[in-house]
Ligand binder design. Structure first.
Ligand SMILES: Cc1cc2nc3c(=O)[nH]c(=O)nc-3n(C[C@H](O)[C@H](O)[C@H](O)COP(=O)(O)O)c2cc1C
Length: 331
């Protein structure tokens, strides 16, 4: 069991709160593949090699997206605690699990946008159930796109002309994954968790079991259990945003993860809900086809479905002490 250290002129209690908020980030199958080393003058973000998903994510691309999302939460949480975060991305260090380090850059008042995002961190959840059939307003859409761009990410809003082809790609990707016994075993190991589990997706947070006629949500986190009430159909026109990067490096993936979380928290702060549709970017050949569909220049990293959702159940998280790497200096 770790004792929490002080860092960046924050008290141990503040450090615990900041790391707790970082750990509320989204991650594939709720693996929470991040670790933190707390030092007096910096906080290091590491990935946890034991929490990789070799079948769904053989290259660790989505692991870095998740860690990028945790890094974004860490930045917002630090700003909320009065520390301006200065981030260095370090995903290329050979033989190391380090992804980034964050130092203090002064103690200005938090910006109003950071205050809003900070409040949204505990409210953000995956909403896999059908949304209400109400379109996302242009002003909301504008803010969501700005949130992605501010993290050096290009958000592609799927047009009505692209919808049919995209739906076909999502279906095919889903079929490729379902035909892979390793993928199915991995998904089964991380879903249908008991209520006492601290990771994975428990049945009550899974959303309803997808139905054959569903256009977008195909991945079943419910363990086949949670049927949805008769007559509740998926929204007819979700806002689908594909987050793209200019290149395809690990640093781009960390940027995409930060953009993902900025967009998702911005949506949450505006009372919008979101879920991810990842099969289309997980299957390499289909990701290439998606790239061509979107113009062939940028690299698609993640797809979000955004709309007006109904309340959902939060997925669990590990305790802060379990996220700390040995070497975090005790107070
Ligand atoms: C890279 C990445 C890919 C994800 N892909 C999917 C997906 O395809 N379908 C889905 O429903 N959720 C997906 N999620 C969401 C996770 O399942 C979710 O974040 C996790 O279960 C924790 O739940 P929460 O988002 O409610 O906190 C993904 C998350 C990340 C970061």
């Amino acid at each position: 069991m770790h004792r929490i250290s002080t860092a960046l002129e924050l008290t141990a209690t503040q450090v615990e709160q900041v790391i707790g908020l970082a750990g509320l980030a989204p991650s594939l199958h709720n693996t929470q593949p991040w670790q933190f080393r707390i030092l007096p003058h910096l906080i290091e973000l590491h990935y946890d090699p034991a929490r990789r998903l070799p079948a769904a994510d053989p290259d660790g691309r989505e692991l870095r997206l998740a860690c990028g999302a945790a890094l974004f939460n860490l930045r917002v949480a630090l700003e909320g605690a009065g520390v301006r975060p200065v981030v260095t991305l370090l995903p290329h260090l050979a033989h190391a699990t380090t992804l980034a380090e964050v130092r203090g850059g002064g103690r200005p008042e938090p910006r109003p946008v950071a205050v809003k995002l900070h409040a949204a961190i505990p409210q953000r959840h995956s909403h896999r159930a059908p949304f209400r059939d109400v379109p996302v307003q242009p002003a909301d859409r504008h803010e969501l796109l700005l949130a992605a761009q501010s993290e050096q990410c290009w958000p592609h809003v799927v047009t009505s002309g692209e919808l049919g082809a995209l739906e076909g790609l999502v279906h095919r990707a889903h079929q490729v994954q379902q035909a892979d016994s390793r993928f199915r075993a991995e998904l089964a190991a991380w879903t249908g968790q008991s209520t006492s589990a601290v990771d994975g997706v428990p049945t009550d947070a899974a959303g309803p079991r997808p139905e054959p006629q569903d256009e977008w949500v195909h991945r079943d986190f419910s363990g086949g259990l949670a049927e949805r009430p008769d007559g509740v159909a998926h929204e007819s026109g979700p806002l689908l945003v594909v987050l793209c990067t200019q290149h395809e490096s690990p640093a781009d993936e960390l940027r995409a993860g930060q953009a993902l979380e900025n967009v998702w928290l911005t949506a949450t702060s505006r009372s919008l809900s979101a879920s991810m549709i990842s099969e289309v970017v997980e299957v390499r050949e289909i990701r290439d086809e998606l790239r061509q569909l979107l113009g062939g220049t940028l690299h698609p990293q993640a797809m979000l479905r955004i709309g007006h959702g109904r309340p959902t159940v939060p997925a669990p998280r590990r305790a802060v002490g379990d996220l700390l790497l040995n070497g975090s200096t005790p107070t």
